[in-house]
Design a protein around this ligand. Sequence first.
Ligand code: C2E
Ligand code: MG
Ligand code: MG
Length: 454
Amino acid sequence: MPHISSAFIPAAAHATYLCRIAAYTAVAIALGWFSYFIWSKEWDLAVSLIILAFVTLPCWVMAMRGLFFRSLLIAQITCLLFVGFFCYRYDVSNQLFQRSTHLYIPTIALVGYISYQQTKSKFQIFIILISLVLFILFSSNVHFLSMDNSTVRHFQMVSSWINPLLSTLLFVGVIVAMHTDFSKRKKSVKAIQNALYNDQFILLYQPVVNLKGRVTGAEALIRWNHPSSGLISPVTFIPDAQQAGMMPMIGEWVIAQAFNDLLRWQENAETRHLTVSINITTDHFMQPDFVRKLLQQAQVKNIPCRQVRLELTESVFISEPHIVAAKMDELAAAGFTFALDDFGTGFSALSTLRKLPLNQIKIDRSFVTGASTNTKGVVIARNIARMGTELGLEVVAEGIETPYQWSIMKEYGCTVFQGFLFSRPVSVADFILFVSSHSHHDTEYSASGYLSHR
Ligand code: C2E
Ligand code: MG
Ligand code: MG
């Protein structure tokens, strides 16, 4: 099987790259000014830059740990506070020079806008608005934003022409980068559309097993079989497809394909009883005609709906829970069952979950890993599993990689399991082979994969 490639560059990765360049440029400008302040012996200004460097240090650490957009938000606030303080305390318009440090503020707001495109946050909008208000106030030289307007500072000789030049270059740079980002986004969406029309998507199946290790079904997992890059993981392309509103279309393809494969399983005595789990994104589920189309397709193809499990994530319950409940009820009446995927990563209120026709919760892999590595993880995993069983639901442990993880998740009350210990996601043909080779015996598994039959 070809390896998972990263040649397709998702838009989020590109936006991160742009913001990183903006951050490095800001550091370069700050270093330039620091050298100048040292050279001109303006010690108070040099010290203020050292303080800024120390305050932004945690942002770099956060960015390295993957919390890129949160660290960017903190860096924006810090820079805004610094520019504001600098404009108030040192860079005050006087009889010789106009204030110029505030000219960097529009760039801070623009970087905020790029960040907002990736992670929508009301707080980011607030910061952008504050930035714009500050820019207007500092430009208009209102009295209360200047500490003292009689002292002419030495650095103003240089800053009065260097700051307009650098801030304009920086601003133009960010605009050009935004334009490039827009074209990249269009390209990636076009590539995903092509993939759909040229049949480049495939479905793999990962076996789902019971307490004895016997296969009870499989989860359908999409891959993009890119002509030059090999298999591309859904975590790489789904965010772009989602942003472009293409997930309902891709989801329909997944459902049609999974239905066809389920019909193929019906032809074989060993696979006839198996359940197929299909991941459904929130925007797809919330389409007004989702239920109608699904029921129609199931009827036309004569699908045994009881063997179809729809996997939803907690995000689906956040807005319009009544509509979600009504849709789930209608599908449940037709026989479809429901699993709540990645349970524990969201904030589902138990009271909401109780009212829904859910059959399964799937404990996210991160909790399974946590349970086998630290005591805090044990408590969390045990409590999540207990919560599920107390709600009367079947509890699935995802991402089981070792016999030890399997045994502890059994101990916590999980009855269904999925993970590399049993099998990685495989093609439909390999899945059928896997089932027939495991259907006549109880199976032992080792960390290196399937071990022996008994
Ligand atoms: P998910 O639904 O939680 O699927 C489980 C993911 O965990 C799969 O990643 C699977 O390959 C991986 N996994 C299973 N066992 C193990 C293990 O033991 N160790 C490790 N390291 N990983 C394991 P995959 O296939 O890359 O899918 C990632 C996510 O993409 C899925 O998470 C699901 O949210 C989404 N996805 C995949 N296929 C589809 C699809 O057809 N439609 C939609 N809407 N989303 C999909
Ligand atoms: Mg899933
Ligand atoms: Mg999951």
